[in-house]
Design a binder for this molecule. Structure first.
Ligand code: ATP
Length: 587
């Protein structure tokens, strides 16, 4: 296929901003394309060589592109650069210089799409020593045979700057008309795209086999399924109403969404944007291998930074340390993760995306071997506002963003690639940021795990209620303690150990070890939140709820200068909660 056909089509598409006209041009273009080249043409029109999940990207440095244009036109790099400074578009600059080229070669062979595609592919894949020269030579090679207009688009493509503005949905429309027999075919084509994320593959199967072939289009392990997304509402009442009075509410974990494809011993992980993030999470790969009890499965999970010793979830920012190419092994230990599984889309050859959520959830429960590191997203089936609100508070306090409430109806399929009302997220409008530290009384402790076996995993901390002369719990805190602290704490607390909860301590949590309220430590947190568990200021802000500190950390200060009655009081906490209330910015 002649590359000039591509150039001609791009020119037309660029000449309009109207979607319908754009679709018409694409239809013409697709019809002129041989069936076995349609996949490549579809990728190219989107400025790509492959679907995103393959991870081979175009994006040659402009400096190298300048060198290639200089080489192909016999001009100096300086001249090219000066022109580029004016046009700001390497495509346009290349076109100009090719037009001005003095000797036109008589041996020019017309460029084919195959040759351009293969050359771009080689350029995209070239790495390491000598790759820069190789890229320049490869590009200059095709420019020698390109017309000035071809050069414009080739340059834009190779530098990753081809912006024709064709949305996926426009390509789907055009494919339906060109090969599917009309717009009616659109849904079938779209579904194939949603379960494969590969427009090129869909186009080729459609062109070669017709719409009947696409009706049998199957999920393929290794091709990500486009994610189902949630709508948002801001009150439990609206959510319940929308979901028919009853729903399954799940913790909305604050981490990174992962779609895991398990094929025997091979596991591939995709991000929310369907990029391959397998390399970044070798530990998650291992967890999927060992905790998904089937040979073949596609599951979805939120990958969350955790403190393995205390079992606490860490703020989302901790996960950012995992966004790296080198030193992954070290990062795995410093910033461990846990997986919270929330959907299953495929098992042993069976597509589950059209099954209702209750059925998928049941299968998920059966195929996951749960452990400390891999759990089902915590859930509750709710049919009243109160329970939903309580569960929401519990989720936020535990470090989650809120809840995702999911439909239990028989039509609650996995809507791949769509944001719909079968999932509704419930996040907060306000949060109470914590600026100051507080001084809290140690009233209990929990046994540690892992590296903390034999010492404490977390302490149960309380504020002082000066009116009742009691100590009310406000958080469980396992962060901020050094190894030294952890070694010393059992010794320091030994004199206060008692075998029951102290009568002045007001707690709904059952600690493993109880103490006399004596020791005071300084703590800072991310914010103060409502809590269905903790007893601090219960019923003051909202009936049935207390206040808690989210993401609490020990600052390192033992307040030996303070008695338990000098600890932060309930009034101070209420004041802090009210004062620091801030509206959360809308997404
Ligand atoms: P947000 O920034 O709110 O996460 P989003 O556009 O990425 O927005 P939404 O579909 O609006 O995604 O919200 C669902 C997201 O919440 C998922 O993409 C997933 O990463 C995350 N999540 C956490 N826990 C769950 C859960 N139990 N079920 C579904 N999604 C969950």
């Amino acid at each position: 296929m002649d590359y000039s056909l591509v150039t001609e089509a791009y020119e037309k598409i660029e000449s309009t901003t109207k979607r319908l006209e754009m679709t018409d041009y694409l239809v013409d273009f697709f019809k002129k394309t041989p069936k076995d080249a349609i996949d490549k043409i579809v990728y190219l029109t989107q400025g790509k060589l492959y679907p995103d999940f393959v991870g081979i990207e175009l994006g040659m440095a402009e400096k190298l592109a300048v060198r290639a244009v200089a080489k192909a036109t016999g001009r100096s790099e300086k001249e090219i650069e000066e022109d580029l400074a004016k046009t700001g578009d390497i495509g346009e600059t290349a076109q100009r210089f090719l037009e001005k080229k003095r000797q036109i070669s008589f041996f020019r062979v017309p460029l084919t799409v195959e040759r351009v595609y293969q050359t771009l592919d080689k350029i995209a894949r070239a790495t390491g020593e000598g790759s820069m020269d190789l890229k320049v030579n490869l590009l200059a090679g095709i420019l020698a045979d390109a017309t000035p207009k071809d050069a414009k688009y080739i340059l834009r493509t190779v530098t990753g700057k081809l912006r024709l503005g064709i949305a996926d949905m426009t390509v789907l429309d055009a494919l339906a008309i060109a090969y599917g027999g009309g717009k009616e075919a659109r849904d079938i084509i779209e579904r194939a795209y949603n379960i494969s994320s590969d427009l090129g593959r869909v186009a080729r199967e459609l062109a070669e086999g017709g719409i009947e072939t696409l009706k049998n289009f199957k999920i393929t392990l290794g091709n990500p399924i486009r994610p189902m997304l949630a709508e948002r509402l801001s009150s439990p009442a609206e959510i319940l109403e929308k979901l028919g009075g009853k729903c399954i509410a799940e913790y909305k974990y604050d981490g990174e969404r992962i779609q895991a494809h398990k094929d025997g011993d091979k596991v591939v992980l995709f991000s929310r944007r369907l990029e391959d993030v397998t390399e970044q999470y070798p530990d998650a790969v291992e967890l999927i291998k060992t905790h998904v009890k089937l040979e073949e499965a596609i599951v979805e999970a939120e990958c969350v930074a955790v403190n393995l010793d205390s079992g606490e979830m860490m703020p989302f920012q901790e996960l950012m340390h995992r966004r790296r190419k080198y030193g992954i092994e070290k990062a795995i230990n410093e910033y461990p993760i846990s997986l919270f599984m929330f959907d299953v889309l495929y098992v042993d050859g069976r597509d589950l995306t059209l099954e209702p959520y209750p059925a998928r959830h049941k299968i998920l429960e059966e195929i996951i071997q749960q452990s400390d590191r891999v759990q089902l997203a915590k859930y509750l089936i709710v049919d009243n506002i109160d329970d939903l609100e309580k569960f929401f508070e519990e989720a936020v306090e535990a470090g989650c963003e809120g809840l995702v409430c999911k439909s239990l109806n028989s039509d609650a399929v996995y809507q791949a690639g769509a944001r719909g009302w079968l999932w509704i997220k419930y996040k907060r409008d306000y949060k109470s940021e914590m600026i100051d530290t507080v001084d809290l009384v140690v009233v209990g402790a929990f046994h540690g795990r892992g590296r903390r076996a034999g010492t404490y995993g977390a302490l149960l901390l309380a504020i002082y209620n000066h009116e009742n002369d009691t100590f009310e719990t406000i958080c469980k805190c396992g962060s901020g303690f050094t190894d030294e602290d952890l070694k010393n704490l059992p010794k320091m607390l030994e004199p206060y150990k008692i075998d029951h909860k102290h009568p002045r301590v007001n707690s709904n949590l059952e600690a493993d070890i109880w103490f006399l309220p004596k020791m005071v430590i300084e703590v800072i947190g991310a914010e103060i939140t409502l809590s269905p568990i903790h007893t601090c200021a219960r019923d003051v802000i909202r009936k049935g709820s207390g206040l808690a500190i989210r993401f609490p950390r020990f600052t390192g200060k033992y307040r030996t200068d303070k008695s338990a009655e000098d600890a932060t009081t309930i009034d101070e906490i209420i004041e802090m909660y009210k004062k620091q209330l801030k509206k959360i910015e809308a997404e």
